[in-house]
Design a protein around this ligand. Structure first.
Ligand code: PLP
Length: 417
């Protein structure tokens, strides 16, 4: 309570802005994930790894727009790419020279996407991948995992009242291959797809074990279901995404976030025979339209993102830095019951004695301490997700990482005592 009051007292301008916003948007909010009590701060500007709020506080962003902000705020190469696109004229209502070039770059990086299509968000990418699976198989049931997040219209908990677009979804526990196998076999005749994040992102940076991923691959093959990896967040974890590290190849993959250089972006793709249903030259083609699917700002920014900035070498180095940061944070926690889970440049704090393997276990952690950590770190000039997630961006340097570890160590010392 004291920490919340301190937070509110120090941010009168953000409080006023939030009250104004609440007159025109329910709760003053248009992105649920950004809301926290008593009110979220309003960001005025950002540069590199830093964000400044209306009340004059500066923070090092350790949340990096939930992985989409990999390049920091307004990276010069992204800025130049967007300006190039603006100079060619936006809204051309035609195929443009950027899109196929970008698609080829995406395929070169993530070879299991033999062919792909663009969308405006990760949410759409997942809905279309599922549509592709249901149409291609002629089946209806989807096997998902509790704690999975596949976008604002596909949330498999926890949390009350998610909007899940109508699919027949059956849910297994994350990392529970036996439960998944039982559900898949029970529904074998109607199972269109098995969809999962190979590491839960928003669900707490909890990785699936390689055995589970291999088991799900085998289950998909056995039942004729389409295996879909939602790599909207995890594709940053290696040059070829988390599928490259685990060695398990899905039939379809969805992408989003940083791949579009920080612009609105999504993509889905995979086996050419599955994706062929969208080929408009076919008489029975499945239409997939979208005014902004090939918008030149995103296409051009994405080309700069993959081609100039997040090259395979940079991806390797960046995720090694993330591993080092996570280990340093875990060391800073000492003997306290705190777990820093994740892989590479994505990590999350859990206040519990052993690392969670699924959403149910993660929910048993102390949530009040998570809020305290969030507020405490803001006070110390570091911005993480309210739910305890960190997504390291390229703009965060060694000095900021060291500062972050020592801010966390101070929190542990003061609050742990
Ligand atoms: N899938 C995963 C794993 C995500 O983390 C997200 C967003 O956080 C999405 C899908 C949805 O992407 P978008 O917010 O671009 O719709």
């Amino acid at each position: 309570v004291e920490a919340r009051e301190g937070y509110a007292t120090a941010r009168p301008l953000s409080a006023a802005r939030h009250a104004e916003a609440a007159q025109v948007m329910p709760g003053g909010n248009t992105r649920s994930v950004l809301f926290h009590g008593p009110f979220p701060f309003t960001a005025e500007s950002g540069e590199g790894c830093r964000v400044r709020d209306l009340d004059g506080h500066a923070y090092v962003s350790m949340i990096g727009e939930y992985t989409a902000g990999l390049f920091g705020h307004s990276h010069p190469a992204i800025r130049a790419a967007v300006l190039r696109a603006l100079d060619t004229g936006v809204n051309l209502t035609a195929h443009n020279p950027f899109e196929a070039r970008f698609a080829r770059m995406v395929r070169d990086r993530f070879p299991s996407l033999q062919t792909l299509r663009f969308t405006n968000s990760g949410t759409e990418a997942n809905l279309l991948a599922l549509a592709c699976a249901t149409i291609a198989t002629g089946r209806k049931t989807i096997l998902g995992f509790r704690g999975g997040y596949h976008g604002g219209l596909m949330t498999f908990g926890p949390g009350a009242n998610p909007i899940n677009v109508p699919h027949r979804v059956v849910l297994a526990g994350y990392n529970d291959l036996a439960e998944a196998a039982a559900l898949a076999r029970e529904n074998a005749g109607d199972l269109a797809a098995i969809i999962l994040e190979p590491m839960l992102g928003g669900g707490g940076c909890i990785a699936a074990t390689d055995d589970v991923l291999r088991g799900l691959r085998a289950l998909a093959d056995e039942t004729g279901a389409v295996l879909i990896f939602d790599e909207v967040m995890t594709s940053r974890l290696a040059p070829g995404g988390l599928q490259e590290l685990t060695g398990v190849t899905p039939d379809l993959t969805t992408l989003g976030k940083y791949v579009g250089g920080g612009m609105s972006f999504g993509a889905f793709g995979g086996r050419e025979d599955l994706m062929a249903i969208f080929d408009p030259r076919r008489p029975d083609a499945v239409p997939h339209a979208g005014t902004f699917n090939n918008n030149t700002l995103t296409m051009s920014a994405g080309i700069a993102a993959l081609g100039e900035i997040y090259t395979p070498e940079v991806a390797l180095r960046h995720n090694a830095r993330g591993d080092a940061l996570r280990q340093a944070l875990q060391r800073a926690a000492g003997d306290l019951p705190i777990q820093v889970t994740g892989r590479g440049s994505m990590m999350a704090f859990h206040f519990m004695p052993t690392a969670p393997r699924n959403a149910e276990e993660a929910a048993e952690g102390n949530q009040a301490l998570k809020e305290l950590l969030f507020l405490d770190l803001l006070d110390r000039g570091y911005y993480i997700a309210r739910r305890g997630m960190v997504a390291l961006s390229l703009a965060v340097g060694e000095a900021e990482c060291e500062g972050f570890v020592s801010a966390f160590a101070d929190f542990c010392e003061i609050r742990g005592a």
